[in-house]
Design a protein around this ligand. Structure first.
Ligand code: NAP
Length: 413
């Protein structure tokens, strides 16, 4: 007689290629390196993923939150996932009645995994500030994008510099496209990659406040740097070149909005500590402009900005920024390549203003936003630690509290 047959069932974690905007957040977040990608798709290695859920809350689109119950022996290999344009249907199969496998109850989980294990590998908050407005996400997708008309495209950086950064204004006409400061949208560039597949959307942070670049209009602005080299090699960025070359009246395909955690607090006495480099200034501009408009209506919280660029000429929004009243925003610029001057990064400027940064850290109404180059993340967190500890704060306890309360947000690429 045959003995009992043991069939191992797996709730396999998968990424929806139709929604994914290839922002790399999941791959960076995964504590066990189970996520990887090729030119086509982001995929999950079934033999490594432990269902810890660390990657789920930071995903701006929810593409990460997909699961298929399969026989373990039949788990989809990454080679197959790389070829997908859509997720496979769930096959009908007998599954255990009690769904206690990793990944159950995925949506809305924050920093604990399905078995209650605390996930402390995420460096920023995975929840929004308590007073943030409720965002709309995924109203338009790769399959069903909307269109916007270009109503402005202006170079922000000095024409003598190599940094070609544009301020691009897109109008949605009568099509609803509600966005909040800190959210992003996806642009679908025309054309296809070498293998004939249509280009995927590229995400850009919105640089305008929720009531529009022009107040009361259904439009948004983006801050886009023309990409012409990567790691020292000459390349033409597919989407950035497309966007920077757009003319007034051109029509673009747009998806989104995305992002449900990197959002600003709505309570009027909340303070914003904003730290950014280059085009990472986009969400800071959106928040600053919203607070500037709201200030007239009684917002009293402090704004402190640390903003880094190679030179003054390469800093987007330099003119308007330096014209803002000093009693509205405390602006600190750091330039790394000014001829004849020492290299200075945002974290150097933060250390110079340690007393004021410490005062903000002590205040439970302070919300911290970091956006820009990936490389700045370590330096900025280290500066915050040093400043906190110099001022008798237990940084590890404070860091955990800031994350728990949705008061420390990181968005770096
Ligand atoms: P960039 O011009 O290359 O650099 C900006 C400044 O950051 C330079 O002064 C640079 O100094 C400095 N920097 C380099 N490494 C640093 C570090 N470890 N710590 C602190 N500062 C450092 O910047 P960019 O080309 O504009 O890139 C901005 C980044 O923001 C991109 O990665 C982009 O993907 C990201 N981003 C863009 C958006 C958007 O909507 N467009 C939104 C979010 C994020 P050096 O002189 O040493 O180079």
């Amino acid at each position: 007689m045959n003995g009992p047959v043991s069939i191992e069932v797996l709730r396999q974690h998968l990424i929806d290629p139709e929604i994914c905007i290839r922002c790399n957040t999941c791959e960076e977040t995964c504590p066990v390196d189970a996520i990887t990608h090729d030119d086509n798709n982001y995929v999950v290695k079934a033999d490594i993923c432990n269902g810890c859920m660390a990657c789920v809350p930071p995903c701006p689109t929810g593409a990460i939150d997909n699961w298929r119950t399969v026989l373990k022996a039949d788990a989809y290999p990454i080679e197959e996932q790389f070829t997908w344009d859509v997720l496979p249907e769930q096959n009908t199969m007998a599954v255990p009645a009690a769904d206690d496998s990793p990944g159950a109850g995925a949506s809305g989980d924050t920093s604990a995994d399905a078995s209650g294990i605390e996930v402390d590998t995420v460096r920023g908050a995975v929840v929004p500030p308590w007073s943030a407005a409720k965002p709309y996400v995924n109203l338009y997708t790769h399959k069903a994008p909307t269109t916007a008309t270009v109503v402005g495209n202006y170079r922000l950086t000095d024409s003598t510099t190599d940094s070609d950064i544009h301020h691009i204004v897109l109008d949605f006409g009568s099509m609803p496209f509600p966005v909040l400061e800190g959210q992003s949208i996806g642009i679908l560039p025309p054309g296809a990659s070498a293998d004939g597949r249509a280009h995927h959307a590229r995400p850009y942070s919105v640089a305008s406040p929720r009531d529009g670049e022009r107040p009361g209009y259904n439009n948004v602005s983006l801050t886009v740097k023309r990409v012409s080299e990567q790691h020292g090699d000459a390349i033409d960025g597919v989407c950035s070149n497309y966007l920077c070359d757009l003319k007034k009246g051109d029509v673009v395909n747009v998806i989104g909005p995305f992002g449900s955690t990197f959002l600003m607090p709505n309570h009027p006495n909340s303070h914003l500590l904003m730290i950014c480099t280059g085009t990472g200034s986009a969400p800071m501009r959106a928040m600053t402009e919203y607070r500037r408009r709201r200030r007239l209506k009684g917002a009293t919280g402090k704004l402190m900005l640390f903003f880094g660029a190679r030179t003054k000429e390469e800093l987007p929004y330099f003119g308007p920024l330096t014209n803002l009243p000093k009693d509205f925003i405390d602006t600190n610029l750091a330039f790394s390549r000014t001829p004849g001057q020492a290299k200075r990064y945002v974290q150097d400027a933060m250390r110079e203003r340690a007393v004021d940064v410490a005062n903000m850290l002590r205040d439970d109404n302070t919300h911290i936003y970091v956006c820009g180059l990936k490389g700045m993340e370590d330096g900025v967190l280290q500066a915050l630690r040093e400043i906190g500890e110099q001022h008798q704060m237990d940084w590890d306890a404070l860091w955990a509290k800031l994350k728990r309360e949705g008061r420390l947000h990181l968005e770096t690429y």
